[in-house]
Design a protein around this ligand. Structure first.
Ligand SMILES: [Zn+2]
Length: 409
């Protein structure tokens, strides 16, 4: 039986029925609904060998002529009130590819589909749990142990109920020992492909991220008695920077994005000039040098604004990650696969991180395919993609799998 992409769309709808409600998908990791989805997925793959690793990732294996393995991945967990495609499209497209390979006989390489545990981090705020454990990059076990969810339940206890011992989670690394390459299909979750009227794209890598807290310090003063030219208004500095990062992003180009996501003002009353403004800044770029220069430029600009407003400014890093570039040879193959299926290909970076970034960081050649998201929406029940585009995406993943098997064997 050849590939049946329409079956993937039917199965996505089936999963939506099984694990969603009127507010959207509810497959939050380490919950009963997540487990129901995992059981359902296992039922679809009864022809493959099944294994759960130390980080609760599930592996479905088709033995090939060689032990070297081509990996295809996705995540069945969702955010609360999530969309019907994020993460599970990857898996169900992978299911269809495995079916096709299984019916054709023994593939030249072993092919494994992985359902990563807790990609979203929706409950405990720790994204990429399973893939970072398998990549060996998870290093925050001590901090994770005491993380709690909104109900006060500890992460350590929640994961133990699913067989995970935090101290042994990175033993999942052995799963990547024979990995020759990793492929992941995902919805774009942004508006770029739709704006270009293209169904599919090839992902070059994931953005590097710089996240900083900027503290502006002025002087609280009476709103009535303090003349405008005597004020030391911390918010004025933050406001100038919030606007100037648009210029910085535009001048840097190539997809650069800068966001000032919050400013907290104190004393925060209507009758006082702002004494302190705590501002959050997030900057992203695929090019490490450009990312670094965007950060330098924002710092320089902030010092200028501090001078103009007679306030002080201090920066502290919250978190950062380097850009992760996918494998050039696999990008070429992905371009070929997308062009064959859709007529035109387009290369684009990914703003969000994905499990693929962790696998790539572990040194496994990696590439991702994106399929258009309608209105660019995700992490909401409004998330959607046209059925015909979903079908094309299954075909593209299938073609890419064949090309990767041919190239690697
Ligand atoms: Zn996802």
């Amino acid at each position: 039986m050849p590939l049946q992409p329409a079956r993937t769309v039917e199965e996505l709808r089936e999963l939506r029925e099984l694990t969603g409600n009127e507010n959207g998908a509810q497959r939050i990791a380490w919950t009963e609904t997540w487990e129901r989805a995992r059981r359902w997925l296992r039922g679809k793959l009864d022809f493959a060998e099944h294994e759960v690793d130390e980080a609760a990732n599930e592996w479905f294996t088709l033995r090939g002529e060689s032990d070297r393995a081509l990996l295809i991945g996705g995540h069945i967990d969702s955010v609360p009130n999530g969309g019907w495609l994020d993460g599970c499209l990857n898996l169900l497209a992978g299911v269809e590819v495995l079916r096709r390979l299984h019916e054709e006989g023994t593939p030249p390489l072993t092919v494994r589909l992985v359902n990563w545990a807790d990609e979203e981090g929706a409950r405990f705020g720790r994204s990429l749990f399973g893939s970072s454990a398998a990549a060996g990059s998870m290093a925050d076990q001590d901090e994770l142990r005491d993380r709690t969810d909104a109900e006060g339940l500890r992460l350590e206890d929640a994961v133990r109920a699913y067989g995970v011992d935090l101290d042994r989670a990175t033993d999942a690394r052995r799963q990547l020992e024979n990995a020759a390459a990793y492929l992941e299909l995902h919805i774009e979750q942004g508006p770029v492909l739709e704006s270009l009227d293209l169904p599919l794209g090839v992902v070059l890598g994931t953005f590097g991220v710089e996240r900083h807290l900027i503290t502006w310090t002025g002087q609280a003063a009476h709103a009535g008695s303090t003349p405008m030219n005597r004020r030391r208004d911390a918010l004025a500095g933050a406001a100038k920077l919030a606007l100037d990062i648009r210029r910085i992003a535009a001048e840097t180009g190539d997809g650069a994005v800068c966001t000032s996501g919050a400013v907290v003002c104190r004393p925060g009353i209507v009758t006082s000039v702002v004494e302190t403004a705590e501002q959050l800044l997030d900057q992203r770029h695929l090019d490490a040098r450009k990312l670094a220069s965007m950060l330098d430029e924002a710092k320089r600009a902030s010092e200028g604004f501090a001078g103009e407003e007679n306030v002080e400014v201090a920066w502290s890093k919250i978190w950062s990650i380097e850009p992760i570039l996918f494998d050039e040879r696999l990008i070429e193959l992905a371009d070929e696969a997308v062009t064959e299926v859709a007529g035109t290909s387009h290369r684009l970076p990914s703003g969000p991180l994905h499990d693929a970034a962790e696998v790539s960081r572990a040194g496994i050649p990696t590439v991702m395919l994106f399929v258009q998201s309608l209105r660019g929406l995700s992490h909401t029940k409004l998330e959607d993609t046209r059925p015909e585009h979903l079908e094309l995406s299954v075909q593209a993943l299938d073609r890419l799998t064949t090309k990767a098997l041919d190239t690697l064997s």
